[in-house]
Design a protein around this ligand. Structure first.
Ligand SMILES: *Cc1c(COP(=O)(O)O)cnc(C)c1O
Length: 389
């Protein structure tokens, strides 16, 4: 019987131990024991599926992976110590030197650094398309292009990319479409339905949702995941069983949390849109969003991230930030606590002014990660800070 997403997030569970715990116990162990030499040989030869060593597999990481696999409609998955571990592990496992990537220009800051500083060491280069010019993608494809990469909604501009279109291009040119689905979560959007072969999550964000642990996961087809698994198992960015246990528990509340995040985010986005000190607001489920119809087609709700620009540039921005009282000034996102970030001076400060402008990051741009506090309290804090400008 196929369950709905909310049920999968809760009921996907490993076999119970002899103690029949109702809640999955924590398996803090680096290795596992064998009955005899034959069992050990069969396990190492992969004739028998079982846990050997926690860098390879562990019951807690397996349960966490299985939940994401189920929700995303994937075949298999690999977990990593962090979201960047998952991004790097995926590229490193699948690419050979001289391969080429076509990526949206607007990607997570560290992913951008990976593309521009580290992958070129292996002569792997990346060509970028603007998120509002997906029709230019085909011009960038070379004979050695292997991966088409994007995030949607994007960070921090909250643009929405057409997953069906990306899926079609990838299929036509025999590329592996990899989607970083971190902002949407497996609850709001399942890129595999639209033709993605691999989906990456930074579980650090909404999957944990309470700002406690780091984690990452890549899910997709059995064949590609096998390559990524072998890379992960032999290079050591394993997710700790403790973090996996936290993340698997967090998954159980992901749908109800994300429902509330989205409900509050839409209220706050509407409030900001009507505020005289705000130049513009970007939120996928606001009618003013340029890809509003597309967002409605591929996402269940608009997500928890809002971008907006305070009027008055850098100086006004600074005044606004200095007058925030309750909300957190931090660079994280996807937390139960609402977070206010200034991308130009923090998460995207390593980009040149030109690159920042190309992805729409202005000096006065603010990124809001809407938390789970009462929506009126969030609005009140933003309102008093905006009124000091
Ligand atoms: C945070 C983030 C990452 C990296 O995840 P970490 O767990 O911090 O390594 C990758 N992609 C996106 C979109 C993110 O927001």
């Amino acid at each position: 019987m196929s369950h709905r997403l909310e049920t999968k997030a809760i009921r996907t569970q490993m076999e119970r131990s002899q103690f029949l715990e109702h809640s999955t116990p924590l398996h803090l162990t680096s290795s596992f024991v064998f009955e005899d030499a034959e069992e050990m040989r069969a396990a190492f030869a992969e004739e028998k599926q079982r846990n050997i060593y926690s860098r390879f597999t562990n019951p807690n990481t397996s349960e966490f992976i299985e939940k994401v696999v189920d929700m995303e409609g994937a075949e298999d998955g690999v977990s990593f110590a962090t979201g960047m571990g998952a991004v790097f592990g995926t590229f490193a496992a699948l690419l050979d030197s001289n391969d080429h990537i076509v990526s949206a220009r607007s990607v997570f800051g560290s992913t951008h650094t990976l593309f521009t500083k580290f992958l070129p060491k292996w002569n792997i280069h990346t060509s970028y398309f603007e998120v509002n010019q997906v029709d230019k993608i085909e011009q960038l494809i070379q004979p050695n292009t292997k991966i088409l990469y994007a995030e949607t909604p994007t960070n921090p501009g909250v643009d929405v990319l057409d997953l069906s279109y990306l899926g079609k291009i990838a299929k036509k040119h025999n590329l592996i479409l990899v989607i970083d689905n971190c902002f949407a979560t497996p609850y709001l959007q399942q890129p595999i339905k639209f033709g993605a072969e691999l989906v990456i999550h930074s579980a650090t964000k909404l999957i944990d949702g309470q700002g406690r642990v780091l984690g990452g996961v890549t899910v997709g087809s059995k064949e590609l995941i096998r390559e990524i698994y072998l890379f992960a198992r032999n290079t050591g960015s394993a997710l700790s069983p403790f973090n996996a246990w936290i993340l698997s528990k967090s998954m159980e509340t992901l749908p109800v949390r994300v429902d509330r995040h989205c409900e509050t985010a839409l209220k706050i986005a509407t409030f900001l849109e009507n505020h005289p000190k705000v130049n513009w607001v970007r939120y996928p489920f606001l009618k003013s969003h340029p890809q509003y119809n597309l967002a409605k087609e591929q996402m269940l709700q608009g997500g928890s991230i809002i971008a907006f620009e305070v009027s008055g540039g850098l100086e006004a921005g600074r005044t606004f930030f200095d007058n925030i009282k309750m909300l957190s000034l931090s660079s994280n996102l996807g937390d139960s606590r609402t977070i206010v970030t200034h991308p130009a001076s923090t998460t995207h400060s390593k980009l040149s002014q030109e690159d920042r402008e190309a992805v729409g990051i202005t000096d006065g741009m603010v990124r809001l990660s809407i938390g789970l506090e009462h929506s009126q309290d969030i609005e009140d804090d933003l309102s008093q800070a905006l009124n000091t400008i």
